[in-house]
Design a protein around this ligand. Structure first.
Ligand SMILES: [Zn+2]
Length: 239
């Protein structure tokens, strides 16, 4: 119903089955062993933010304790319900961006490829294309739609006297324009247009600037004949 399997990111959960299999030894009291190890690991994971500035040795030890060979993703929680994930590049904002932002932020920004907003993973269009994921199209609360061009962690021009953590995540979004010819599949029996949830768009080069809280939900995206067809994903949790 929500499109092809690869378009959704549920495989990361299935991957956990493998991890659970490694959480016990022998055959005695298996559920108890898994329970204990799971919660011990969880307690450790809660402290990951302490490792933001830790040395590589400390990070490696932590990785060994919680994840064996896998490197724990760097992630960083920012004020308004967003968590940026993975590596970033530092760059100076462009002239076009500085017009959008005004004097509100400092010129140097950190550009990420991935972030979590309200427990949902979003990625930039480029990242999504490289990994065949469908995580970059969004519906905004103001009725606009688009795809994420960049995820920026910006230091605010706050005027605090000492070093502070006044920062915010901003998203640049390629605005989609609604197509004038929409799909219509009329069901005579139910007397409804069953294609009402499927909306056709065209990509524009217009950029929208938004904050994580402006995002309503992720959209499943399918490109057909230069048309972008979007279906809103259900919002399961909005904490
Ligand atoms: Zn400040």
């Amino acid at each position: 119903m929500w499109g092809p399997l690869w378009a959704n990111s549920s495989f990361i959960y299935e991957d956990t089955i493998g991890t659970l299999l490694e959480m016990f030894n022998g055959t005695k009291a298996v559920p108890e062993q898994i329970f204990k190890r799971f919660f011990n690991t969880k307690t450790l994971m809660h402290h990951t933010e302490l490792f933001n500035n830790a040395s590589d040795d400390v990070c490696d030890l932590f990785n060994k304790l919680v994840n064996k060979d896998n490197t724990v993703l760097k992630s960083y929680k920012v004020g308004s319900g967003a968590r940026v994930v993975g590596n970033y590049t530092t760059r100076v904002i462009t002239v076009g961006e500085s017009i959008l932002f005004g004097n509100y932020i400092e010129a140097s920004v950190k550009e990420f490829k991935r972030c979590f907003i309200h427990h949902t993973l979003y990625t930039t269009e480029m990242y999504a294309a490289n990994f065949k994921r469908n995580n970059s199209c969004v519906a905004l609360k103001n009725g606009e739609h688009g795809s994420i061009k960049s995820i920026l962690l910006c230091k605010l021009n706050c005027g605090c006297l000492s070093a502070c953590k006044c920062e915010e995540v901003y998203l640049h979004i390629f605005r989609f324009k609604k197509d004038s010819r929409q799909l219509r599949i009329y069901d005579d029996f139910a007397k409804v247009n069953t294609a009402k949830q499927i909306v056709k768009f065209r990509k524009t080069h217009e950029i929208l600037l938004c904050k994580p809280n402006d995002i309503l939900c992720k959209c499943f995206c399918y490109v057909h004949d230069e048309s972008i067809i979007l279906i809103k994903m259900p919002v399961l949790e909005n904490v």
